[in-house]
Write a protein that binds this ligand. Structure first.
Ligand code: OFO
Length: 168
């Protein structure tokens, strides 16, 4: 059985994952209408799907543990981006925020002595290592490319194959 504080914190994380999914969906949609960013757009459509899976996993865990998973109201995400660089900066910023939130949850699970939740959260801890690494690497690549058009062409072409180590 989940305690009240754990249930609340897990439900907050449900909201965060759902908002991540929305944020990446908005990035995908913006990229889709920019010339030549099909790869980036596909990457974020896929990223958005993954976040929905993260959300569902939490939702089902809460109910499985005798709690009640609340389907949250969502904030509208950032819809347009002044540049590709800005979009990827937002991506990294977002993932860092999610990592902080997961870390807080892990901490709470220990103080509440909820070892089942602690164990469940390890999947998210590992996932965040991958997500942060992906976002950092892509930001570094863009920094290196600068305004070089052929570099951007290759970036867009290669991003679909770039899922970070351990990702399928
Ligand atoms: Fe759910 O991993 Fe990104 O946010």
């Amino acid at each position: 059985m989940v305690s009240k504080p754990i249930q609340e914190a897990l439900n907050k994380q449900v909201q965060m994952e759902a908002e991540s999914s929305q944020a990446y969906l908005a990035m995908a949609s913006w990229a889709e209408i920019q010339p030549g960013l099909e790869g980036v757009s596909n990457f974020f459509f896929q990223q958005s799907d993954e976040e929905r899976v993260h959300m569902l996993k939490l939702l089902r865990f809460i109910n499985e543990r005798g709690g009640f998973a609340v389907v949250p109201e969502l904030q509208q995400p950032m819809l347009t981006f002044p540049s590709l660089k800005k979009l990827f900066e937002e991506f990294l910023k977002h993932e860092l925020k999610v990592s902080d939130s997961i870390n807080d949850l892990v901490h709470l699970s220990l103080t509440e002595k909820d070892y089942a939740t602690h164990n469940f959260l390890q999947w998210y801890v590992n996932e965040q290592i991958e997500e942060e690494r992906t976002a950092r690497t892509l930001n570094d690549k863009l920094e290196l490319i600068g305004d070089d058009k052929s570099g951007l062409y290759l970036f867009d072409r290669d991003i679909m194959n770039f899922r970070g180590p351990g990702k399928k």
